[in-house]
Write a protein that binds this ligand. Sequence first.
Ligand code: NAX
Length: 386
Amino acid sequence: MLKRGLNVTGFIRPSQVRCFRSDILGTDIFRVHHKDELTAIRAEREYCNGGMQETVKVAVTGGAGAIGYSLLFRIASGEMFGKKQRVQIRCVELPFAMDSLRGVAMELQDCAFPLLDGVFCTDDAERGFEDIDYALLVGSKPRGPGMERADLLKQNGAIFTGIGGALNKWARKSCKVVVVGNPANTNCLIAANNAPDIPIENFTAMTRLDHDRGLGQLAKKAGVNIKQVKDFCIWGNHSPTMYPDISRCTIGGQSAMQALSTANPDEDMQQWYTGEFMPCVQQRGAAIINARGASSAASAGNACLMHARDWELGTGGAVTSMAIPSNGEYDVTPGLFFSYPVTTQEGGAYKIVQNLNIDDFSRQKIKLTENELLAERDAVAEYLPH
Ligand code: NAX
């Protein structure tokens, strides 16, 4: 019988990669079993545990980075999956960042989170993804000075090809994936394409930060609480071509445009929408870097948390935005990872909001961002085997 804390001999795979686990009481055993063996072990453990809820295993790439530093503590505190769900964190980093990651793991330990079932850190994606339920893919190659966008796409293409392959081999087939690292939609396309055994619907890219930025701006301009703003959404790519759409949005039960005009009687709200609001949401990341001299890591970490939380626990009918694989909905090319208005249900189902009336302005904006994603897809064609 396998007990927590015991090591099972015979399964250890020799490796030169650097890995360590935290010393938190209850830390899961350091396991390097093969996937088939894990299935049997899990079945045995579930039987022995008498049906007790299993620990959710969450892999986070780029855990030593700025977003990772804001995200990991909130996962460990129970904010992602609820206060009754134990979690184990598996951090995957580049070799040079392992010392820094060790410091983060020490801090996680020092928080004594009761729901945290261990922290495992590694610079080997295969080990990091072993048997995981969730992959939050935050780490990616940043755009360096003078680097062309095409080079950025290609360098990340190689990285996310490897990540997709490792997920396919080691993660659970039911694993859910959230890509945060930019260019997020196309990185997600590449990872999904290289993980044919995991359903494509389990891959998503994050546009939740853009969504929440839009909500924040609308609530501020209308002078209302954020809860009053409903049915706002982001279409398309997480890039300046994204389309923040208020055409069906309501604020306090009125159409957004009406509510905004009432709150700002001396301003042309259509002009504000296209001339200020849209560019503000599209370029908010750059504005924050200019203001604080560092990227918007806390709000991005929060958005990642909320994306996964809503996916798992449901939005209760509320509309949110997620980049998901298109099946041609709203005339978007099938196969692209495209941000849509979605609702989610507890347990991990999401649904694109159907039968929306798309006006000419929206159609034009949706096409623009779709064209950018098509160009990105073509630029990384060599990384799309399936
Ligand atoms: P940081 O540079 O602070 O951290 C990135 C971390 O990822 C580093 O520690 C690095 O060592 C690690 N890393 C890089 N490649 C890796 C790989 N192949 N495997 C494992 N780890 C790897 O960046 P941070 O501010 O945390 O941002 C992370 C990513 O999020 C960036 O790509 C950024 O552009 C993207 N963002 C995406 C957003 C979205 O809405 N989708 C918004 C926020 C953010 O801009």
